[in-house]
Design a binder for this molecule. Sequence first.
Ligand code: PLP
Length: 430
Amino acid sequence: MIFENNREFAQDLDAKDELRKYRDEFLFPKVNGKQVIYFTGNSLGLQPKRTKSYVDEVMADWANLAVEGHFYADKPWWDYHERFAVPLSEIVGAKPTEVTVMNTLTVNLHLLMVSFYRPTLKKYKIICEEKAFPSDQYMFQSQVDFHSKTVGFNPNEAIVEIKRRDGEHNIRLEDIVAKINEVGDELALVLIGGVNYYTGQVFDMKTITEAGHKQGAYVGWDLAHAAGNIKLQLNEWKVDFAAWCSYKYMNSGPGNASGCFVHEMHHNDTELPRFAGWWGHNKERRFKMEPQFDPVRGADGWQISNLPILSLAPYLASVEMFAEVGMDKLIEKRNRITAYLEFILHEIDKELDGAEFEILTPADQEERGCQLSVYLHGQGRELFDRLMKNGVITDWREPNVIRLAPAPFYCSFEDMYDFGQILKKLILNK
Ligand SMILES: Cc1ncc(COP(=O)(O)O)c(C=O)c1O
């Protein structure tokens, strides 16, 4: 599509946008009395207006029914999480029994590593990407330290990072596959962010999962930046496990609950070690209070505690919105609005003689979601601060990167045009 950098053109794209009514369903902060241009849906999504009624419902049930709410609320609490199975499975390309909600993201990845990282003296290495999100790096290190003491492998050799080539911003698929083959028999686990948090690069999860399996390793994915952003086919790709947070593209509120995926091929394997609790126990027999743990055959079997219903309520509001719209429509708009933002950035850069910034994210739509990471060659941090003061909410990542994620649920094409004008003005008026 041929784009133009003017307001009428952007407004015309908005008028043709099938999802435009959803913009009014979100609450936008204001700066200087004006609704902001919100680019940080990849960090914390905006609050949907309908969310409050979901939370109010739980508060009212608690007030009116107290403990009886577990069984007699309109949405009973004891199986509240089961309402997520169908909508979440559609978001991540899974069967309803393969997904569940529980805990938070890093906690879930740790718990899944209990099952899927079982190192031996010979097979103990973990492959991850260079510059993985720091929480994942701490997690890998602590898992390795925990196991190496009892198993006896060398902890300094256990974590294998896949590097970018010199002068390149993104990691090449061929380098990932080559590293998996090189580590070979010693590979216990591949665990990578499906979308890199820093560059926005989307990895080819199908090919990487296949390559890991060929070496007899388990393959899991941190989908923090992928869930609700890109097309996922976790069941078909035979991914062993995955987890994601819900507060980014899924708009469920700060620090909210995580989603998990465990492939059906593992559901009947009761030999898989796991940390157990009563909420993972056979549903029919849970309240019989028996001593012997009998896991639910499905991702729910990895649950430990009864669920924080007040947290799940906003998450439920969110997955129901996703079910209304469907990932295909979101992805269609995502592709168009991200391409328009990219075009605006190139236009402004050209007008400013091309030395101001550089997009790190792959240009190929198949290799990115809705985030564009922009390296600022010019004013850097100062420009970021001025953008924020002027109502452009983005975020800063060292050494000189701002991340711009035009979430398709609520960002408009006119926002992209306005952003370009603000950016140009701020660069010119240093
Ligand atoms: C890629 C990635 N992994 C892990 C985390 C950590 O999430 P949590 O604090 O919910 O465990 C984040 C948080 O932003 C993230 O972006």
